[in-house]
Design a protein around this ligand. Sequence first.
Ligand code: SF4
Length: 415
Amino acid sequence: MKQKVYFKTFGCRTNLYDSQVMMGALKDYDITEDENEADVVVVNSCTVTNGADSHVRSYISQVEKNGGAKIFLTGCGAHTKGEKLLEQGRVSGVFGQSEKLKIDEMLKREEPFYELGDLNYIDEAVVDDFIGKSRAFIKIQEGCDFRCSYCIIPSVRGDARSMPESRILEQITKLAGNGFGEFILTGTNVGSYGQKTDSSIASLMKRISQIRGVRRIRLGSVEPVQMSDEFKEILSEPWLEKHLHIALQHTSPQMLKYMNRRNIYKKDRELFELLAEKGFAIGTDFITGHPGESQELWAEAMRNAKDLPLTHLHAFTYSKRDGTPAATMKPEVSGNIAKERLHELETLVVSKNLEFRKSFSGELDVLVESEKDGLFVGYDQHFNKIIIESDEDLVGNWINITKYDAREDANYARV
Ligand code: SF4
């Protein structure tokens, strides 16, 4: 009887993709989605913040308490916390992302092992399914050449490099053939796709849109400086989601300098206004409480944020990461103040999102992803959630909705 493996994935969509690759590479094991029946647990970890590290550690404690399935650690945390967890005997093996295709053999090893592999490898894997998902995450790029003061990612994901275009197109053709219509292009710094291979994110998306069965393309987080003229030319394409996530990280010009960011607030605002004019919902990343964030700079940042047509927010309080330039920067901001500022910003963007949904009068193009307690949950072209009542099973369906109720937490409809 084959042993059962459970994959616990933390962090970003790139990790989601990597877990799918590992699931696809297993031969002598069965995959279970019930961690309680697992003989082996593979923890695909994240290390972007202290919080991410402690989530991984407490999850490993939970598995240990549950009767001790064998635990293997991979993902970005393998590079920062792996050695210690192996020394403590809390995991049976640690491997880097580049080693993931060897998973079948590695899980059989009796001796503990620590193999981080090549930080700058190029992923050649192709997956043909996304277990439990109705949309597919496609890793097109990995690593990052930016050097933001607070960020540990370049040291755990390597330099920016693009996956071979032929493999990406083969990947999507296969998944579209298996019924997937929505594709989310993901990576560490997605917008840098093609920079070293004489291509670009915009030209890749145009090629993907030609593949039969591709209905909607979504994009992971891009940098403002990567929104090229070529990219602006595809903004009206029907296959492009009407939502973009553009990582500002802050809206105070001085803070952007402290954070060693490449974006400039004045240009960011012009870009966001252009996108809003074209009907885009706009999300951003933001860090509050980075060293140097005085009350004056915060007040300036909030004034600027109020002027931006934001609808979605992915924000964190600053998290000191050893080895990053910001870790030694002064003056530091207290955790409580950082949390207060985060809450202030979240409250602002939640109200802007509701305003956007209430003022939109067109048709929602929804992909229904799941069902919970008899209600169906999906996302529209603006990446806004909709909860749908229906007597039919709608999971996996595309539906157009004109009559709906825009409430605080989501849109609601009956079909
Ligand atoms: S762009 Fe900055 S924040 Fe994003 S992964 Fe690169 S270094 Fe980190």
